[in-house]
Design a protein around this ligand. Structure first.
Ligand SMILES: [Zn+2]
Length: 260
């Protein structure tokens, strides 16, 4: 039996793909950035790709003909470039990449797309609004780590935001050989002066090298591979369900709502 996974574009071939009426494309987008001192630069990309792969595999087993596109491995990191070797595409660059990708899907008449995001700096809602009238491709957006708020709250003592307990746990589950726990600091941050920022209603694109000490936000010490596995499993199964529903939804004038 072939090892080739028909749902993974970079793996399959023209001979196989011609036989399959793909219904939903999945586009993971991550980042390449410092994650405290102990996690790989590719953390967000590894995570989102693994979640996307597992969700696609599960959806495929449930009869949904999904097609996983190659991961975009650089994200919007303009405000975190103060740390060495972090890479960044500007939001307008990401828009062009998404626009070109969507246009290819339209060319191939694959008209449903799930964008699976793995990096907080990739705020992609404006792009869905930007493309709304430009394309007939129906786009759904998911930030993978937000799909299971209950698991997020209950599995972790203090999930953290960047290189903290949640992300470290997930990496201990997915790629333990790339985690150097002994290097990690406690992920402390500096307090802003503005009251509105302390209360959370005044926003800035936080300059990461002033906010953090070694790029981490949140203490990774209580991370375990088991917590990571549990969280990834919960998120993956919900995303797989979404893919199955998207695959079955007909692209009529009422998509994705119930007709009158
Ligand atoms: Zn991250």
């Amino acid at each position: 039996m072939s090892e080739i996974r028909d749902w993974k574009l970079v793996e399959t071939n023209l001979g196989r793909s011609e036989q399959i009426p793909y219904e939903v494309a999945v586009l993971p987008i991550g980042a390449t950035e410092a994650h405290n001192l102990h996690l790989p630069y590719g953390t967000d990309s590894y995570q989102v790709e693994a979640v996307a792969e597992r969700a696609c595999e599960r959806a495929w087993q449930q009869g949904a003909e999904v097609l996983l596109l190659p991961t975009i491995t650089v994200g919007v990191n303009e405000n975190t470039l103060g740390f060495p070797w972090t890479l960044s595409y500007k939001p307008t660059t990401i828009l062009q990449i998404l626009r070109d990708t969507v246009s290819c899907l339209e060319q191939h008449r694959l008209m449903k797309l799930l964008i699976l995001n793995g990096h907080g700096g990739n705020e992609l809602k404006p792009f869905l609004r930007e493309l709304f009238r430009e394309t007939d491709v129906q786009i759904v957006l998911v930030d993978w780590w937000t799909v299971d708020p209950e698991g997020f709250e209950t599995i972790f003592d203090e999930p953290g935001e960047h290189g903290g307990e949640m992300e470290t746990s997930v990496m201990l589950h997915l790629r333990p050989e790339l985690v150097e726990m002994e290097r990690a600091d406690e992920g402390a941050t500096r307090e802003p002066h503005f009251t509105g920022m302390k209360q959370g209603w005044a926003w800035i694109a936080r300059p990461w090298d002033r906010l953090t000490y070694n790029s981490g936000v949140g203490n990774p010490r209580s991370a375990t591979a088991e917590k990571g596995e549990q969280f990834v499993e919960r998120c993956t199964s919900k995303i797989a369900t979404l893919l199955v529903e998207m695959a079955h939804e007909s692209l009529d004038d009422w998509y994705p709502y119930e007709a009158d």
